[in-house]
Design a protein around this ligand. Structure first.
Ligand SMILES: Cc1cc2nc3c(=O)[nH]c(=O)nc-3n(C[C@H](O)[C@H](O)[C@H](O)COP(=O)(O)OP(=O)(O)OC[C@H]3O[C@@H](n4cnc5c(N)ncnc54)[C@H](O)[C@@H]3O)c2cc1C
Length: 480
């Protein structure tokens, strides 16, 4: 875009007010809707599910006999001290000051034992590894946390990079089981940028001075955040449509620049612009008029999905927020005890909340495993892992699954990304697959939304507005 175009319509001041549809009501869609609204635009947001929030949405768990219910996130969510964009968003809706910050502990299940790995001293005693292996493992994590130029890592496989820095012993005993638990066999196609992103985030979670890991949550969880956020958007004039799956988007066939959006139930609406935040393969399917190259790029993005159980318990099972698992017989990625952070008394009706996730590639049949089978697998696994675990303490057990969670950081991923500004004028494809400098989390998602809206979507919109203004003025001159 030329600088003269920018001068003609400075952001939010004299840009013409146009209609925008944001497709997808997860945090990315909510953030983009807010930023467009702040620029004076007429914004509608359409979410397929009955409620907004996507992966952050909540559900109810039964907490006992008197029809009591606990509402908490379907998937576990914590906020880090370093999540500045998310904290800014929470401040805007009046919830940032309420964040409860809690020091966390990390465990490892290794060799049939539960081990604490919450500080350097414990790390240096980690039994499965020799002293040399521990030092090399620690050195790798420290080195990864200092790397600034992640693009160098993108061309290397994660296995090659970790073997080089941690050595074969630490790789086989620690990294490989963790990689397999998180990525399955897809770890073989994953680049070293993946481990860099995870390490950098976890390092940030530690306060520089005390080196303590602090995680936060808003009382009421994401249910409360989403309630406030959507009410705030509505008050600011954003039109919110829940239960509105977008089926297709195409150019209006009358020579205008409008886009026609079909909601699949007979309703069709037109908008000047559409920003789609849904998973890349779904974007490819929703807009027939994209070029073959664009569709191929969107469809080629591989995702990691997840099956994740929420289990409400009468008794705690461990003191660790996350228990990483290196024993390969365990069919879970980790055990997450949310109630080590979230206050059981004030938030969970005196109970304990444990998440049991298994991440799988998006085409893995395990994503379709029945709830009953997954439940049985989880409970029998916990009986083997924890002597004191008893099914009698389980109050409720619910299984959530999502096919499209995080785009896989494959080798040279950034070179194959589909464009955000598409060949269909006014149609923008902006989703979390564009996260390159971090792992998937809410802070990274909304930071990306804000940045790419300012750097790519908005300039393109202004440029199109200028073209229309120029062609209108030359029409006027011609007709005068
Ligand atoms: C197990 C798990 C643990 C996590 N832990 C954390 C954590 O601790 N901290 C953290 O910060 N983040 C965490 N995250 C990540 C966080 O949830 C994501 O970063 C964030 O929710 C992504 O938001 P999104 O809007 O990009 O995508 P989504 O939430 O997937 O939103 C996309 C939305 O589009 C909708 N949609 C799809 N198709 C259509 C259609 N045709 N029409 C209209 N709508 C459509 C979907 O229903 C969905 O609501 C976790 C995620 C998972 C799964």
């Amino acid at each position: 875009m030329s600088s003269s175009n920018q001068t003609q319509f400075p952001a939010g001041e004299s840009a013409p007010r146009k209609s925008w549809l944001v497709v997808g009501g997860g945090v990315m869609g909510l953030k983009i809707a807010r930023d467009l609204n702040a620029r004076g635009q007429d914004v509608t947001i359409a979410e397929a599910a009955p409620k907004f929030g996507g992966l952050t949405s909540a559900w109810k768990l039964s907490s006992g006999s008197d029809n009591q219910e606990v509402t908490w996130d379907r998937y576990y969510h914590v906020t880090l001290l370093s999540d500045s964009k998310l904290r800014e968003q929470l401040a805007e809706i009046g919830l940032e000051k309420e964040i409860d910050w809690v020091e966390t502990k990390t465990g490892f299940y290794s060799g049939g034992k539960l081990l604490s790995m919450s500080n350097t001293a414990e790390f240096l005693r980690f039994p499965p590894l020799s002293m040399i292996e521990r030092l090399r493992l620690g050195g790798t994590i420290f080195y990864a946390s200092k790397i600034k130029n992640w693009r160098r890592l993108e061309g290397l496989s994660v296995e090659k990079w970790l073997r080089r820095w941690s050595g074969n012993g630490a790789f086989e005993k620690v990294w490989l089981p963790l990689l397999k638990a998180k990525l399955g066999e897809a770890y073989k196609q994953t680049s070293a940028a993946f481990i860099w992103a995870h390490t950098a985030r976890m390092y940030k979670a530690r306060r520089s001075g005390a080196k303590k890991e602090m995680f936060g949550y808003v009382p009421g969880g994401y249910a409360r955040i989403l309630d406030r956020w959507t009410s705030d958007l509505s008050e600011k004039g954003v039109r919110l449509l829940a239960g509105h799956p977008v089926q297709s988007i195409r150019k209006v066939d009358d020579g205008s620049t409008m886009l026609e959006v079909d909601f699949g139930d007979g309703r069709v609406e037109t908008f000047d612009n559409v920003v789609s935040t849904i998973a890349s393969p779904l974007i490819a399917r929703s807009c027939e008029e994209l070029t073959q190259d664009e569709k191929q790029k969107l469809e080629a993005i591989r995702y990691l999905g997840v099956v994740c159980a929420s289990m409400l318990l009468k008794k705690s099972i461990s003191p660790y927020y996350v228990t990483n698992i290196t024993d390969t017989w365990v069919p879970l990625t980790a055990v997450i005890e949310m109630s080590t952070i979230v206050n059981p008394e004030t938030q969970l009706d005196g109970n304990h909340l444990v998440y049991l996730p298994k991440y799988l590639p998006d085409d893995h049949e395990g994503l379709n495993e029945s709830d009953e089978d997954y439940q049985e697998k989880c409970l029998s696994t916990l009986e083997k892992m924890y002597d004191h675990f008893s099914r009698d303490n389980v109050l409720d057990f619910k299984v959530a699954r999502a096919k499209y969670v995080a785009a896989l950081a494959t080798i040279d991923y950034s070179t194959r990304l589909p464009p955000i500004v598409t060949s269909v004028p006014g149609f923008y494809a902006l989703n979390s697959a564009h996260i390159l400098e971090g792992n998937l989390n809410v802070n990274e998602t909304i930071t990306l939304g804000e940045d790419k809206l300012s750097q790519e979507v908005w300039p393109n919109f202004l440029s199109r507005c200028n073209e229309v203004a120029k062609s209108n003025s030359s029409d006027l001159v011609a007709s005068a």
